[in-house]
Design a protein. Structure first.
Length: 297
């Protein structure tokens, strides 16, 4: 993951997965209502082809397996590379493999509702292990890169706590919404880290990207180093602002989706209510009057 592409690709995957869950969670809430809402840790893909129903789980499983292979295989020499950092990254994706495999088996045996609590525990373990490995993995990231990783830990911690609460209370719409939007936040922050830490043109003023010449002549960008203490403080403040701006953008999007679905379902229910026949509207006036007189007597 120590490249721009290594941050961009997982970031895009997490962001799209979180958006998919956010939109489907809001849609499910307005469809079922507040009393019948039950969160889902995955959402079926609605299409005429029934085999595509589990597309989300299949894509997550395939992406996780591919990410593990990329981490432990050296494509240039076609042999296993057991670097400690790569094994840590692969272990994070391993938890996703466990969750998706279990969920696919439970779905194939029609046990998803009965095993919802187990699925929730596995989702919580994904974020819990990510937080654990990210915390100790970030100990060798110092300076500006370490600050970006520390902010990333805050987001993952929110995902972990939301997953635990959602497992305990699967009817909680706020918990489901916090969980899905925090996944979007993780993805967006990964992308932001890729730009700010691995592209020299985006490095904050007063800081530079270290470059390393490998034995095969390839130049690799490394950690960001700030020349002065003032430049380091300014770069950290900029990272904090980016954190707030990205969070605000996600919340604006989430609130807009809630309003859009709310207006849509309110208009639909109002239309259905107006189409309901009024009792007694087709009765003859005289019969209605006679009935009124009978009641008066």
């Amino acid at each position: 993951m120590g490249t721009f592409v290594g941050h961009l690709v997982p970031g895009l995957a997490l962001a799209f997965l979180g958006l998919w869950h956010t939109i489907n969670t809001i849609h499910l809430y307005y469809l079922k209502g507040s009393t019948k809402f039950m969160l889902r840790f995955w959402h079926p893909f609605r299409s005429p082809v029934r085999k595509l129903e589990h597309l989300e789980l299949i894509l997550v499983l395939a992406f996780s397996v591919l990410a593990i292979l990329v981490q432990i295989l050296d494509p240039r020499h076609l042999h296993f590379s057991f670097e400690l950092d790569n094994i840590e990254h692969a272990t994070m994706f391993l938890q996703l493999v466990i969750f998706t495999t279990f969920t696919l088996f439970s779905e194939s045996n029609h046990l998803y509702e009965k095993t919802l609590g187990v699925s929730g525990m596995l989702v919580a373990s994904v974020f819990g292990q990510e937080l654990f490995l990210l915390h100790y993995h970030s100990t060798d990231h110092v300076g500006l890169e370490g600050h970006y990783h520390w902010l990333m830990q805050l987001i993952v911690c929110v995902s972990f706590l939301a997953a635990i609460y959602a497992t305990i209370s699967p009817t909680s719409f706020p918990a489901a919404l916090v969980l899905s939007t925090s996944v979007v936040f993780q993805g967006c922050w990964f992308i932001n880290m890729g730009f700010m830490l691995w592209l020299p043109n985006f490095v904050p003023r007063g800081c530079v990207t270290q470059t390393t010449n490998l034995s095969n002549g390839i130049i690799v960008n490394g950690a960001v180093i700030c020349g002065t203490h003032e430049a380091d403080l300014r770069a950290r403040a900029l990272a904090n602002l980016q954190f707030c701006w990205i969070l605000s953008s996600i919340l604006i999007f989430m609130a807009s989706i809630c309003i859009a679905f709310g207006r849509r379902w309110t208009a639909r229910r109002q239309s259905e209510y107006e189409q309901l026949p009024c009792p007694g509207s087709h009765d003859p006036p005289l019969a209605a009057a006679g009935g009124f007189k009978q009641i008066q007597l």
